[in-house]
Design a protein around this ligand. Structure first.
Ligand code: HH2
Length: 285
C-alpha cells in the first residue's frame, strides 16, 4: 500500500491517551475511540494509527501494561467493524507484538527502532511494514535545545543508517517507511528545511510518511494558533506541500478536511497536466 491513486494515503490519528497534545483524553474511553474510528473511516481514512503513549514534548513515559490496556481493546473493537489497516504507534516492542497479534498491520516507531535492543529483532520477526521515524533525543527533553549543523543532511543520513540497520537485522527492504519526524527534537528552522527537502528523502527509495498535523510548527508561524485545534489551516498547507513533494502518506487528526484538500489538489494537478498537453499540441488555452 503506497499512495491512493495520485494522492498520498491519509493515516488518521487515534490517540487513546489522557495527555496527547491535541486530543488527549477525548478518545480514552472505548466507545469514544470506536466512534472516532468510524468517523475517520467514513471520512476516507486509508489507515488508522493507534497510540497509547503520548510522545509530545515533555510527555512522561507510560508502563507497558497500561499502554497495552489502552490499545488492545481498541484494536479488537475496530477489527470488529471493518478491515481498515491499523498501525500501532509505540516505542515498545512488546506492545507492537501484542498489537499485531490483535490485528494491527503496521508498526509506527517514533524512535526509529532504537528505543530497545529488542526493537530491530521484533521488527524483523513481525514482518509487517514499519515506520522508522527520526527523533533527536527523547520526548521528555527533545525540545530543550535541539541543534544541528545541517539538519537535512543529519536527519536523512541518520534515517538511511536506521533503514540499513533494519535491513541488516532481517527487515525486508520493501517493508520500511521513513519519516523525518517533524517536531521531534527540531526547531522551526529545522522543520522548514526538512519540509523543503522531502523530495530528496524520497531518493533513498523508501515510502515516506509525514506527520505535521496540528503541530507547534504551525503556531511558530502563526502565534495566534495556541490551541492545537486552531491549527487546521496550517496543517492542510503542510499536508499539501508534502503531497507536492511526493510523500506517500500523511498522518492527520482532521481526516475529512485532509482527504478533501488532497482530492481537490489532485484534481487541480490533473487539470493542469491536461492544459499543458493541450498547450503543447497548439490548442489555445
Ligand atoms: N507525531 C506524533 C506521534 N506519532 N508518528 C509518526 N510516524 N510521525 C509523526 O510525526 C508523529 C508520530 C505526535 O502527534 P500526536 O500523536 O497527535 O500526539 P501525542 O504524541 O501527544 O499523542
Amino acid at each position: 500500500m503506497r499512495r491512493n491513486g495520485d494522492r498520498p494515503l491519509v493515516m488518521g490519528v487515534l490517540n487513546v491517551t489522557p495527555d496527547s497534545f491535541s486530543d488527549g483524553g477525548r478518545f480514552a474511553v472505548l466507545d469514544a475511540a470506536l466512534a472516532q474510528a468510524r468517523r475517520m473511516i467514513d471520512a476516507g481514512a486509508d489507515l488508522i494509527d493507534i497510540g497509547g503513549e503520548s510522545t509530545r514534548p515533555g510527555a512522561t513515559p507510560v508502563e507497558e501494561d497500561v499502554e497495552l490496556e489502552r490499545v488492545l481493546p481498541v484494536i479488537a473493537a475496530i477489527r470488529q467493524i471493518g478491515d481498515i489497516p491499523l498501525s500501532i504507534d509505540t516505542l515498545k516492542p512488546a506492545v507492537a507484538r501484542a498489537a499485531v497479534r490483535a490485528g494491527a498491520a503496521m508498526w509506527n516507531d517514533v524512535s526509529g527502532l532504537t528505543a530497545s535492543p529488542d526493537s530491530l529483532p521484533t521488527a524483523a520477526a513481525l514482518g509487517c511494514p514499519v515506520v522508522v521515524m527520526h527523533m533527536k533525543g527523547r520526548p521528555a527533553t527533545m525540545q530543550d535545545d535541539p541543534r544541528y549543523d545541517d539538519p537535512v543532511r543529519e536527519v536523512f543520513s541518520d534515517l538511511e543508517a536506521r533503514a540499513n540497520a533494519a535491513i541488516a537485522a532481517g527487515v525486508a527492504p520493501d517493508k520500511i517507511w521513513l519519516d523525518p519526524g517533524i517536531g521531534f527534537g527540531k526547531r522551526l528552522e529545522h522543520n522548514l528545511a526538512l519540509m523543503a527537502a522531502l523530495d530528496r528523502l524520497k531518493v533513498l527509495g523508501f515510502p515516506v510518511l509525514l506527520g505535521v498535523s496540528r503541530k507547534r510548527t504551525v503556531m511558530a508561524i502563526d502565534p495566534t494558533a495556541v490551541d492545537p485545534r486552531d491549527r487546521l489551516g496550517g496543517s492542510l498547507a503542510m499536508a499539501l506541500f508534502g503531497a507536492a513533494k511526493g510523500v506517500d502518506a500523511i498522518r492527520v487528526h482532521d481526516v475529512r478536511e485532509t482527504v478533501q484538500a488532497l482530492k481537490v489538489w489532485a484534481a487541480l494537478g490533473e487539470a493542469a497536466k491536461t492544459a499543458e498537453v493541450r498547450a503543447s499540441q497548439g490548442y489555445e488555452v
